[in-house]
Design a protein around this ligand. Sequence first.
Ligand SMILES: [Zn+2]
Length: 289
Amino acid sequence: MKEITTINNNDLAIAKEIIDNCDTVLIGAGTGLSAAAGFLTDDFETFKRLFPGYTRRYGLRTVAEAVSFYFPSAEEHYAFLARYISAFRCSTPPEDVYTNLLDMVKSKPHFVITTTTDGQFVNAGFEKQRIYSPHGDLSFFQCSMPCTKKLVPNRKMVELMLDDLSENPFAIRSSNIPTCPRCGSFLEPNILESVNFNSIPWMQKSTDYIDFLRNSVKGKLVLLELGVGSESSTIIRYPFEYIAANYKNSILIRVNLNDYLTEVPFADKQTLSYRIDIKEFCSSVTQYV
Ligand SMILES: [Zn+2]
């Protein structure tokens, strides 16, 4: 395994050359990619900016804490959710990591598997049919029971809830609490963290992913893994390492400051590990491509 720990032109030119000369690119993205784009779920300053007053009122300090917090009322729960979905799903990220990434791979057949739920690949212009996101998408609600597997786009509901916050910044009107049109239960974001997460609509995309892989391993495949921590080992890290170890024309480019080592036997021989910031990697390599 070649490890690269500093940002310099020669080392980034290697990644550029590999991508230039490959037939297909498979992107594997974890929450580290969203963080590199500026969507920080564990940062107090970000939380204070996006959720003013929440620390004083609820004792919360980060988005990650708030996502799993039991708010005193449904009206307050949905006030938080409306702010959260608006800031993390509907907004453009502070950094242009995703657009640089698209520039990097758009001339090649490519596919994305991601554990992120903020939909920023779609927002940046990646085609929906090229994305497999098994942990769901914040832009959809699902029945909390769930009585149906059908998902509901939530943008209009979020806008209505945000309007309510001009009267009370911490609670929406009871009449705007989103409920299932079939059974009347509350609607919840269709993401892995929700109770009774409905993964069925996303799992159907797994066949597209498998088809892409089946064809790609016949040629030169680049596995571009960005910000995938150990929590996604079985979904992205191990499969990527396995492919690199077993298909000689495949190469794994891993960009990760912390979890940079490989674990699958022989994967290290086909791995290029960039221990640098993803934002820097994407902007620098894009300048070359
Ligand atoms: Zn229902």
